[in-house]
Every structure is written in C-alpha cells, then in structure tokens.
Design a protein. Structure first.
Length: 541
C-alpha cells in the first residue's frame, strides 16, 4: 500500500460524495466518535473507532481496473483472501455500503452502492517505516519476520513450469514498465539521463540472469507471494511484524520469484539507513530457506524493487491535490531510491571469508556480527549439514563424532555444499562468510582455489580462546539447546587433538580473532581489517 496521506475530497461525482458523507460517525454500526480519512492513489481508508474501512477508487490505471462495482467487490474479496495468509487477525471481512450516495450506511438491506474491506485498526506509528525512525525495530524483530516470510513462501503454491509461461519475459516486462511510467514525469536532464542508464543496466543484467530466472521457475521458486513487501506494508501488531496489504489486483505482480520479495524489504531497510537490519533479514531468510542460489538474482531485483518505490513516489509527487511541501518530500524520497539503485547497479566485487577454529571458539558469534558490518552473506556448516539430511537447524540427532550425519562422507558433502553456495554468492558480487571449523588444510585449500578461480579476495578468520573457555561454552550451549551445533566435550577434545594448524602460507591470509573480549568491539576492528584486505567497502548496497 502506498503511504497514505490526507487529500481534499473533490465533490465531482457520486462516489466522492459518498466518501465525504461516510465521515459522519452515524454511518457506522459500532461506536465511533470521529472518522479520519486517508488516501492513496487507488484507495480511500476511513478510520472509524476500532476499525478501518478500505474502499477502492473507481479508476483504471492500466495495471489495474476498478471502474465497475463488480470489479471492486471482486478485488475486495481477493484482498481479504490473500491477506488472510499473513494477517488473519487484521482482515475481518468484506462489507457492503447501502443506501444513497448522500446518506450511505455500512450494512443494511437496501441497494448496495459500494463495497469495502473491513480491517482492525492500528495506529500509523505501528508501520515499520515509522517505527524504524523511532528506533522501535530490533534485529530480533527482523529475524522473526524473516522466519514468517520463509514459512509463508514454503507454504505458498508454486507456478507450473509450462511452455506457455515465459519466465524470461515476466522478469523483464515489469522492470521496463517502471521506466516507461517514470520517464514522462521527469523534466531535469540529469534525472532523465540517470534513469536511462539504469534502463540500459537492467537490459544488460537481464541477459545475465534470464537463464537463471527460467531455472528458478522450473525449480518452484516462482510462487504466489505478497508482492508488495516494503516497510510501509508491515505493521508492528502486538510487538510482531505483520505484513499486510499484499497485491490483490495483479496476479503477475504477485506470482513472483521468492527472492524478489526478499529483495524488496532488504532494499527498503537499506534505503532507510539500516543496512544492519537488512543483513539480519536477508541472512535469516537465507538460512531458514536455504535459497542461497537466489543471491545471484539479488542485484537485479534490488534495483527493480528500488525503482518500483521510486515510481510510486514520483507518481504521488505529480498527483493532483498534492501540496508543494508534500511534492518536495516525495521528490527527496524518489532520489534516495534512485541513488540506491545506481549504487546496486555499480561494479560489484565478491569476496570469500572462511572461519577457522574448534567448536566453542566463538566463530559463529564473530561471523554473525561481521555479516552486519560488511553487508555479507553467511553460510553455516551446522545448518547446511542438517539441511542435507532433511533436518531442521535445531534438530538433535544425538549422533557421535564420526557417526550418523557426522561421518567423514557426510562432512565431505557438507563442505562441497558450502563451496557451491559460496561460489554462487561471491560470484554475484557479495562477500560470503563460510562459518565452519575448517580444521583440515585440504578444506581450506579448496576454498582458496575457488576464490582464485572467481578472481575475488580470500581471507581466513582464525578464531580462538583458551580451551577452558571453549569447554564452558559448549556445556552452556548444550544446556540451552538453542543452537544448530551438537558439539560435545568429547568432540572438542577430538578436534583439539587432530586439527591441522594454519600453515605459513595460510597465515598470510589470516586475521586472528580472540572472541573472549567484547565481541562487538572485536568485530568492528576485524571488519576494518577485513574490508582493507578484501578491497571491499563495508556496505550492503
């Protein structure tokens, strides 16, 4: 949903007279002391007491057509159906508006003149973009939202890969539509030139990802998603981030690659100055879904999603009834999204970082902090090992070292999977941190060779603490049972006895980290050294 804002009602037709009349509290079948009106370019929202009523405008914008009453009723019902997937407690029903345009009422048995979606009302400060500005959004909030979206995507129906469905066209056409709709609204040569260059980049990048887009369709990654997952369409309800207002008017904008949906929210967090939360959201989603192959599509979708927001904001800035102050504010927001798109379309250079250390050394804690600092993607061996056996991250197999999912063959396959993911991520221009023990030289050598083949920098995070600290951490972690690692004290002792230390050649790539000190301070210092060694800037976009 576009960010709503107050606009004057024009008294030019029946439905606008009806909207004005519905500002009378007497029109409602429940206690209402005051009715506030919000407006987007496709809807009116009446805030009345504990509820909100959303009425669709009778407009035809090309990508949607609400001009008939039958269409507005149908899309009200679609909005209810689709939003029940993620916000069942927020969407209450479709209600009829009866009577005359001058004296309308909600409900009743007389002639139906309009339909509305009835929602449970929430304060506008609950919207995630507003809450973010007030410091009310935490990393745990975004991690929980990533979990919700990953589960939602997993349960959503997938598109059928048939010859009639041209995945290549479906990926490019909506991206080109953005430019077609924005260019006529621009006057400044600099703005026009910037958008033209982004269009050329989109065409080039599409040629790179077209085959992958088709493969992802065939593999089931095109699903019936939310379709409009930006910060303004997520609200903190009871402390939980709840997505609402999904795309009901266009199946083509809803049946999309799941990674496109993830890119939308990650992009919006970044544009709002929270790269750290963007990284938390993206990494949490990837770890839960296992869709690391989707990272190769991220640059394309990050630019596409930034341009969608820029387009909506630009249309709003050029709309009727918008004040000069509102137009200027919208133009500033437009340029922020364009600047992000330009940044994402610039030259990217991936990097490969591996950890080295026994269980309990603090590798995962350090890697998790560095992800946010570097704008990196983390892949964790404990999670991928279990995923390859069809197990959840917190599954407790009870297998001893060298048995069950911890056999030598299972370990070889786990590292092969880590290598495949790292190659895909770094090849797409993102730093990747591979969180594993890497106790064998041949394991480390394989990743160095892969980085050299990709032509990207390589580094080793050599993480260590005194053995007694490791033992204490392992005992505490086992008691809490909140981590993917199943390492025991016996496993630790075996690792200490058998691990192969870094060679002189490997030490040239190593950064030593003592995780016993303040992790946040250590991460900041290590991040600065890593950014220098890897020749990358610590930035997500």
């Amino acid at each position: 949903m576009d960010t709503p804002y107050d606009l004057p009602i024009k008294m030019g037709n029946d439905i606008e007279r009806m909207i004005n009349a519905l500002r009378d509290p007497a029109c409602y079948p429940h206690p209402v002391s005051r009715v506030d009106l919000l407006e987007t370019h496709i809807s009116w929202i009446l805030l009345a007491g504990d509820y909100a009523y959303k009425i669709k405008k009778p407009v035809n914008l090309g990508f949607l057509d609400f001009t008939s009453l039958a269409a507005r009723r149908y899309y009200c019902e679609e909005e209810l159906r689709l939003n029940h997937r993620l916000a069942p407690d927020l969407y209450l029903g479709t209600v009829a508006i009866t009577g005359g345009y001058a004296a309308p009422r909600f409900g009743g048995n007389s002639h139906v003149i309009e339909y509305a979606v009835k929602m449970r009302r929430f304060v506008q400060s609950a919207l995630l973009d507003v809450a973010l500005a007030h410091g009310a959004v935490s990393a745990s909030t975004m991690a929980a939202l990533a979990c919700k979206i990953a589960e939602f995507h997993a349960a959503a129906p997938g598109a059928m890969a048939t010859p009639a469905l041209d995945a290549t066209k479906s990926v490019l056409a909506p991206a080109l539509d953005n430019f077609a709709q924005m260019l006529p609204l621009l006057d400044a040569p600099q703005d026009i030139g910037e958008l033209a260059r982004l269009r050329e980049w989109t065409l080039r990048e599409h040629r790179r990802v077209a085959r992958l887009a088709g493969e992802r369709l065939a593999a089931g990654f095109v699903r019936e998603c939310h379709g409009d997952l930006h910060l303004g369409n997520v609200a903190l309800i009871g402390g939980t981030a709840t997505p609402f207002d999904c795309v009901e008017f266009s199946p083509a904008l809803r049946w999309i690659d799941t990674i496109s949906e993830v890119a939308f929210l990650a992009m919006d967090l970044e544009v709002h100055g929270r790269r750290d939360l963007a990284c938390v959201f993206l990494n949490s989603y990837l770890e839960l879904s296992g869709d690391y192959d989707g990272v190769a599509m991220l640059p394309y979708y990050l630019v596409y999603r930034a341009l969608i927001r820029a387009k909506v904001i630009l249309i709003r800035a050029c709309g009727n009834g918008v004040t000069r102050a509102q137009a200027e504010q919208a133009r500033e927001a437009y340029h922020r999204y364009i600047a992000f798109a330009v940044s994402c379309a610039g030259a990217r250079r991936g990097a490969v970082v591996i950890t080295h250390g026994t269980s309990g050394s603090g590798k995962t804690t350090v890697a998790k902090l560095l992800v946010q600092e570097l704008g990196a993607v983390r892949v964790r061996s404990d999670v991928e090992r279990k995923r390859s056996h069809g197990l959840g991250a917190l599954a407790n197999t009870g297998a001893a070292s060298g048995a069950g999912i911890y056999t030598a063959d299972a370990t070889r396959r786990t590292y092969a999977q880590l290598s495949r993911h790292a190659c895909s991520i770094a090849g797409a221009g993102f730093p990747v941190i591979v969180d594993a023990t890497f106790l064998r030289r041949n394991q480390r050598a394989a990743f160095l060779a892969m980085a050299r083949e990709l032509g990207v920098p390589f580094s080793i995070l050599d993480v260590s603490v005194p053995h007694e600290v490791m033992r204490t951490r392992i005992v505490t972690r086992a008691a809490q049972n909140r981590d993917a690692s199943e390492a025991t004290l016996a496993v630790l002792e075996e690792q200490i006895a058998s691990h192969e230390p870094l060679s002189a050649g490997e030490l040239a790539y190593a950064i030593t980290v003592n995780s016993e000190s303040d992790p946040a301070k250590s991460a900041a210092a290590v991040c600065a050294r890593l950014a220098h060694n890897l020749q990358i800037r610590p930035s997500y976009g």
